[in-house]
Design a protein. Structure first.
Length: 305
């Protein structure tokens, strides 16, 4: 696989600027053939759409630990934005992007949660949604992100460079949504707090390594920490900031020292759930009905920053 990738990259050296395009994620130039980038596995269809627009993309990825609800949150966010019922609206640009939205809403309507996202990069679903504000129609953001597997994010944090797509997407971000499971934060605060702080430290280290960065200044990247599953954790929904202060003190202290702009939000997806247990003791959560709240507010805040 490595030799194939190298040969493909070498072949693009002999193309002119007009004959080749660049990957919107990692910048590698390609000849316009094949479905995915040879370096980061980003869909080349997505790159063609963004490149044809002629305006640089402004990335906003959705990241978090395994089980934080990234797939559900991202799928419903795309669904809500496409309905144009809030202060911001979104245009999903390709069939690749629609797939995650359709799979998430279909799963919830059928009283189940979407399947777990695999750690392997070839199993991630990339999305692209152009987001604009009704108040500032020319001020836009691009939700350009794969539905990263939580295990992949954890491995990238522990071994930077393991997943180039994660590093490339974050390095180009205009803002970032970091999801934390509010139930796990409440019931197992230490582990969630440490993981979130490790992730925040990874962000700072990545940006300080970029050319032109100023390590002595706070990172001027809007960070929205979203406490998911607050429909079953009312403490998080009532006051996200106080909840974070009580349960995520290490993350909060790190944000105060390192980030110029950060804010805590709470979100929920289902109105009520049931827990079923099979004969082997495996427990399954069943969503009764969809009742999203607090989904678009973090993105609205980033758009205003």
């Amino acid at each position: 696989m490595k030799r194939i990738a190298e040969q493909t990259l070498q072949s693009t050296k002999y193309l002119t600027e007009e004959e080749s395009e660049s990957c919107v994620c990692c910048g590698v130039r390609y000849a316009g053939t094949g479905p995915f980038c040879v370096r980061c596995q980003a869909p080349l269809e997505l790159s063609r759409i963004v490149n044809s627009r002629g305006v640089p993309a402004r990335f906003v990825p959705v990241l978090g630990a395994s089980g934080a609800g990234k797939t559900v949150y991202l799928g419903l966010l795309l669904d809500i934005l496409s309905k144009d019922t809030h202060r911001i609206s979104g245009l999903v640009t390709s069939a690749v992007s629609v797939r995650l939205q359709e799979q998430t809403t279909t799963a919830l309507q059928n009283r189940r949660f979407p399947d777990k996202t695999p750690a392997e990069a070839d199993g991630w679903q990339w999305v692209h949604c152009e987001v604009t504000s009704h108040m500032k129609p020319k001020h836009y953001l691009d939700i350009i992100t794969p539905d990263f597997g939580g295990e992949a994010i954890a491995q990238e944090i522990e071994q930077p460079g393991s997943y180039p797509a994660i590093r490339q997407v974050i390095a180009q971000s205009h803002g970032l949504l970091m999801l934390c499971d509010s139930v796990r934060v409440r019931d197992a605060a230490l582990g969630e707090d440490l993981f979130a702080m490790m992730f925040a430290s990874y962000l700072v280290g990545l940006y300080e390594s970029l050319p032109g960065s100023k390590s002595k200044q706070k990172l001027d990247l809007p960070i929205a920490v979203v406490l998911t599953k607050s429909d079953v954790c009312p403490e998080a929904w009532d006051d996200p900031g106080t909840f974070a202060s009580s349960n995520l003190p290490r993350l909060l202290q790190f944000c105060e020292r390192k980030f110029a702009r950060y804010r805590f939000f709470a979100s929920g997806v289902v109105g009520s759930t049931a827990s079923l247990m099979d004969g082997y003791g495996c427990r399954t959560q069943i969503p009764f009905h969809i009742e999203p709240r607090g989904i678009t507010e973090p993105l609205e805040w980033i758009l205003e920053c």
